[in-house]
Design a protein around this ligand. Structure first.
Ligand code: GTP
Ligand code: NA
Ligand code: MG
Length: 345
């Protein structure tokens, strides 16, 4: 590539959609995990964050992605809950996104939280692709583990193909009713003005190579347009959760969406009554492909660059709030500290 991957911000990909349409299962398949199986009631109740490196993406995408075509270090996936009672978390996830995947169960089609997710994406102007999930549940389906969708479609009976196509055209129609021109992704030229629909199965993995290819293409373009962003500036993020951690007391699970945070940095974070000003004691980074919500073996690091999920340990975090902004104030600058504190308030 022509750009230095080390200087590029990792794009944030939010995964949105109606309850049980398969968001967490899709991420499990990509990162080789089983987070979904550990969820109480099989319901996601928090925002998650997982850094998926380019090596994992190109491995999963096989022939469809040539890693030398990309300058990006990988993608930071944000999982969101689909249950109707978590609309605040969906908005928060959507607000973090550079691009998004709207997951729709191909049999169920558009549902209330599909509509809600679309409204969030419209409001934030976030480019997205549609993952038409669960193609393997089409009657008569002949599963093709991990294969690109075109290859899988060649192995399907005429009857299964036409059943699937009926569902896919209904989905394309629903997107059109929402004002989007949508089509099968392989017919889409410009993914920012048209919505690509990727038929796939989070269960069998077929179509996931295609989804990753489309996401890489979309983020590469997006990131080139956002190149003016200073990736080495003071870190800015959103608190996902406040959690007690053995040996550290209250810590923050944060999505850092811009800049850099270092050990010893002064940070300002939104608190219950007023902004909290404190100093970073430790930065704990989840391993690649690990969901921050489920991770137990964090690695202690001196510095974290956006975009990333990171656990921040610091004194006085008991009154910090999930959803609050967190900002780094670098240097001994009283005026900057005052400005940032006003912004966080
Ligand atoms: P919430 O986070 O609670 O909104 O749900 P979700 O969208 O994350 O869905 P989840 O991953 O929990 O999946 C819901 C159910 O659908 C689980 O039983 C999955 O095993 C099943 N499922 C997900 N994807 C597929 C798929 O591609 N094919 C089949 N057959 N089942 C799937
Ligand atoms: Na679920
Ligand atoms: Mg889920």
């Amino acid at each position: 590539g022509t750009l230095d991957a080390g200087s590029l911000r990792t794009p944030i990909v939010a995964v949105l959609g109606h309850v049980d349409h398969g968001k967490t299962t899709l991420l499990d398949r990509i990162r080789g995990s089983a987070v979904q199986e550990g969820e109480a009631g099989a319901i996601t109740q928090h925002i998650g964050a997982t850094a998926v490196p380019l090596s994992t993406i190109s491995e999963m995408a096989g022939a469809l992605v040539d890693p030398t075509d990309f300058d990006l270090p990988g993608l930071l996936f944000i999982d969101t809950p689909g249950h109707h009672s978590f609309s605040t978390l969906r908005s928060r996830g959507g607000a973090l996104a550079d691009i998004a995947v709207l997951v729709v169960d191909v049999n169920d089609g558009f549902q209330p939280q599909t509509e809600e997710a679309i409204n969030i994406l419209k409001r934030t102007g976030t480019p997205f692709v549609v993952a038409a999930n669960k193609v393997d549940t089409t009657p008569g389906w002949n599963p093709q583990e991990g294969q690109p969708i075109q290859q899988s479609l060649e192995q399907q009976s005429e009857r299964a193909t036409s059943r699937l196509n009926e569902n896919l055209y209904e989905l394309i129609g629903d997107l059109s009713d929402e004002g989007f021109s949508a089509d099968f992704y392989w017919r889409v030229q410009d993914f920012q003005s048209n919505i690509g629909v990727v038929p796939l199965s989070a269960m069998t993995g077929e179509g996931i190579p295609d989804l990753l290819t489309v996401l890489m293409g979309l983020s590469q373009r997006y990131m080139k347009e956002e190149m003016s962003v200073d990736v080495t500036g003071p870190g800015v993020g959103t608190v996902l959760e406040v959690k007690d951690e053995q040996g550290f007391g209250a810590t923050l699970d944060v999505v850092l969406y811009d800049g850099v945070v270092r050990e010893g940095d002064t940070v300002v974070v939104g608190g219950r009554d007023e902004p909290i000003v404190t100093e970073v004691r430790a930065l704990l980074q989840p391993r690649p492909n690990a969901e921050i919500r489920a991770e137990k073996q964090f690695e202690r690091v001196e510095e974290v660059r956006a975009a990333a999920g990171v656990k921040i340990a610091a004194p006085d975090l008991d009154d910090a709030m999930s959803g609050a902004p967190i900002r780094v104030v670098r240097g001994d600058d009283e005026a900057a500290l005052e400005t940032v504190t006003q912004e966080v308030r």
